[in-house]
Ligand binder design. Structure first.
Ligand code: NI
Length: 226
């Protein structure tokens, strides 16, 4: 499942983030790429543990944990600290699949990359190219969302970033290990939860809601890994 999560940051907030990013020092994006994907990756990145990346990452996690859409769709167990990148001057990242397991620098904990996410800090009109192209079960999707919006997609997907031929594309990306490993199971639970939420708004006193909510939790209990 590919999901658009709008408005995690306001226009003013992403503006402040962009201004800070314009004034900082960047490193070659190959620093976090695996051996194979390093050959495909041409962009800039803030080094892991960079104070600005940490600050932006903490603000993002804070927002995400309060976002019902993210919580329901990702069922997050743990998150790899968000990284921040910049594509400019023809920079691109060819088709690849992300590494299955990630270990944050200086941490003993490893994160299985069930879900990938990209949060856009630049507005689509500020750069040409730079689409995130994702091959999922429904075909090829070209993603270029407004600044402040995020896309969430299965870590198993083949994806690339088209060359940025004008301007700069700032974004953050991160991985989530879900309580439910399989995308198909997470999708079922997300659709069921969405329907329950809608019924709770429309017919809050209907007795079947208790049964449906119970069934949701019993399915989750069957599939959850903690
Ligand atoms: Ni990737």
């Amino acid at each position: 499942m590919l999901l658009h999560i709008p408005g995690l940051f306001s226009r003013e907030e992403v503006q402040r983030i962009r201004e800070a990013l314009l004034q900082t020092d960047w490193a070659d994006g190959k620093i976090t790429a695996g051996y194979q994907s390093a050959k495909a990756k041409h962009n800039l990145q803030l080094p892991e543990g960079h104070p600005l990346a940490k600050e932006i990452g903490a603000a993002m996690i804070d927002r995400l944990w309060q976002n019902p859409l993210f919580m329901s769709a990702a069922l997050p167990h743990k998150v790899f600290p968000p990284l921040v990148n910049c594509y400019t001057g023809g920079g691109s990242f060819d088709f690849h699949i992300d590494n299955a397991v990630r270990q944050p620098k200086g941490s003993p904990e490893r994160v299985r990359t069930d879900l990938s996410a990209t949060l856009f800090f630049s507005n689509p009109e500020d750069y040409d190219g730079g689409e995130l192209v994702i091959q999922d079960t429904y075909g090829v999707q070209q993603i270029k969302f407004p600044a402040g919006d995020m896309v969430l997609y299965p870590g198993t997907s083949l994806h690339k970033v088209n060359a940025v031929t004008r301007g700069a594309r700032f974004a953050s990306f991160f991985w989530t290990q879900s309580l439910v490993r399989e995308d198909s199971q997470r999708t079922l639970l997300f659709e069921m939860d969405t329907a329950i939420q809608q019924l709770t708004r429309d017919v809050p006193d209907h007795p079947a809601l208790i049964q449906l909510t119970g069934t949701y939790h019993n399915l989750l209990r069957r599939w959850v890994e903690v």
